[in-house]
Design a protein around this ligand. Structure first.
Ligand SMILES: [Ca+2]
Ligand SMILES: [Ca+2]
Ligand SMILES: [Ca+2]
Length: 386
C-alpha cells in the first residue's frame, strides 16, 4: 500500500506537469476526431447494407450500429504484442507448466515466446501482428485494467477467459462485451461500419463504399505508396511486405481508419460456432498482406477479398490480426469533462473514499489498491503521446 501511494503521488505530479506542457491536442488528423489513435465512429443509427452493396454476392444486411464508439486507426503491432507477451508470459507458463515455448495462438507468427525471453522475429516492430482470438481477448482485458500485471487483469474484465474451455455443449462462450468495457474486439457491424459507411455519401444521405478507402475501385497491392500502392499486401521480392502499419495514409476509411484492406485479416467479436460446438469460432474481416488479388480492370462479379470479406476460425488455431475498439470518452476522464486532468484524480479520490461503485475498476465489489492501480494505468494511457 505504501508503494502504491508513493507512485500515486508521483503520477499525480507528473500528470499535472504533462498536462500543463501539452497545451491541447495537436493531432495530425485534421478531419477526424482522433483520441490517442482511436477514431470516433459517429452517425449512430445508420442503416445496414442493402443487397450486395459492399460485396458480391452478399445479400444479408450488416453495418448498422446504434451508438458511437471508437476504433483504433491502426492494427495491433508486433511491438505492442511483445509488450503484452512480456507481461503475460509469467502467467502463461505458470498455467502451462509442460510448455517451454508458447503456442502460436499466444505468440502469433512474428514473436517467439519462451520461458526466458520474448523475441521479435520480423524486421520491424511496427508491422501488424498476428495473435489468436483468446489471447487478443486477454490483451483487451489487460488494456481495460490499465495494464496491471496481476493475473486477474488478464483473465477477467471484458472477456471471462474461464469460459473459453468447455468440455460439453452447450458452452457459455462470450457473445459480446459488457456495457462497462473500456476496450473490446470490434464486432462485425462495428468493423463494417468503420470500413464502409460514409454519412456524407450520396449528397449527405449516407451510403456504403465497396472498398474501405472511400472508393468503388479496387486497391492496388504490391507497390510502395510512393509507387502507387494502395494497400499493405504483396509478395514482390524487391519490396518487403508487410510494411509498417499506417504506411498508406492516403487510403483512409470514411472515418480515418487505415489498413482495413491489407496488413492482416482482423478478428471480430462475433461468435460463429454452432450451439453444439465445444470450440468457439470467431469471425475475421479484411484482407492480409498475403492476398495479392488485384481486381483490375474492375469486375463486380470477380472474386475480390477487398470488397467486404469474412472468415471464421477457431481462436486457438487461427492467428489473425486485431484492431482494438474503445469507449468514446477517455477511460480516465471519469468526470466526463472531455479531458483528463487533475479534476479526474480528485474525483477518483472522492469517489474511492465514499465507496462509489463507479470507481470499482476491477468490478469485484471492493474498493482497494487494485482499483487504484487500474486508474493509474488508465491515467498513464491518457498521458501517452500528449
Ligand atoms: Ca487489415
Ligand atoms: Ca476529466
Ligand atoms: Ca475493486
Amino acid at each position: 500500500m505504501k508503494i502504491g501511494r508513493t507512485k500515486f503521488s508521483v503520477m499525480t505530479v507528473g500528470l499535472c506537469a504533462g498536462l500543463a506542457a501539452a497545451g491541447g491536442d495537436t493531432s495530425t488528423d485534421q478531419d477526424f476526431d482522433n483520441d490517442h489513435g482511436y477514431m470516433l465512429i459517429g452517425d449512430p443509427g445508420n442503416r445496414p447494407t442493402e443487397g450486395d452493396e459492399i460485396a458480391f454476392p452478399l445479400t444479408f444486411p450488416i453495418g448498422d450500429v446504434e451508438y458511437e464508439f471508437r476504433l483504433a486507426q491502426l492494427e495491433m503491432t508486433v511491438g505492442e504484442h511483445a509488450e503484452f507477451a512480456r507481461a503475460y508470459a509469467p502467467i502463461y507458463f505458470k498455467n502451462n507448466p509442460e510448455r517451454s515455448d508458447a503456442e502460436n495462438a499466444f505468440s502469433g507468427w512474428s514473436l517467439d515466446v519462451s520461458r526466458s525471453r520474448v523475441e521479435i522475429l520480423v524486421l520491424s516492430e511496427n508491422e501488424p501482428t498476428t495473435i489468436g482470438w483468446e489471447y487478443a481477448a486477454r490483451y483487451i482485458n489487460w488494456l481495460h485494467h490499465g495494464k496491471v500485471s496481476d493475473e486477474w487483469a488478464f483473465e477477467t474484465g471484458v472477456y471471462d477467459t474461464s469460459t473459453f474451455v468447455c468440455d460439453e455443449a452447450p458452452c457459455s462462450f462470450p457473445t459480446g462485451h459488457p456495457p462497462e468495457a473500456r476496450y473490446w474486439i470490434p464486432n462485425q457491424n462495428e468493423w463494417v461500419k468503420a470500413a464502409h459507411w460514409d454519412p456524407e455519401k450520396d449528397n449527405g444521405e449516407g451510403g456504403y463504399w465497396i472498398y474501405p478507402n472511400r472508393t468503388n475501385e479496387a486497391l492496388r497491392p504490391g507497390l510502395l505508396p510512393e509507387d502507387g500502392g494502395q494497400r499493405n499486401a504483396g509478395f514482390d521480392k524487391d519490396v518487403y511486405f508487410p510494411l509498417d502499419v499506417g504506411s498508406f495514409p492516403n487510403e483512409p476509411s470514411p472515418w480515418g481508419v487505415l489498413d482495413m484492406a491489407g496488413g492482416e485479416e482482423e478478428w471480430n467479436e462475433d461468435l460463429t460456432s454452432l450451439p453444439t460446438h465445444t470450440n468457439h469460432r470467431r469471425g475475421a474481416d479484411g484482407t492480409s498482406w498475403t492476398q495479392t488479388v488485384y481486381n483490375h480492370p474492375y469486375d463486380r462479379n470477380a472474386l475480390d477479398y477487398d470488397q467486404w470479406n469474412w472468415f471464421s476460425a477457431w481462436p486457438v488455431r487461427g492467428a489473425f490480426g486485431v484492431r482494438v475498439a474503445r469507449m468514446v470518452v477517455d477511460p480516465a476522464d471519469i468526470d466526463l469533462s472531455g479531458k483528463v486532468d487533475w479534476f479526474d484524480v480528485s474525483a477518483f479520490l472522492d469517489r474511492f473514499l465514499s465507496d462509489d461503485p463507479s470507481v470499482d475498476f476491477r468490478r469485484d465489489g471492493v474498493h482497494d489498491a487494485d482499483d487504484v492501480w487500474v486508474f493509474l494505468g488508465l491515467l498513464e494511457a491518457a498521458q501517452a503521446d500528449e
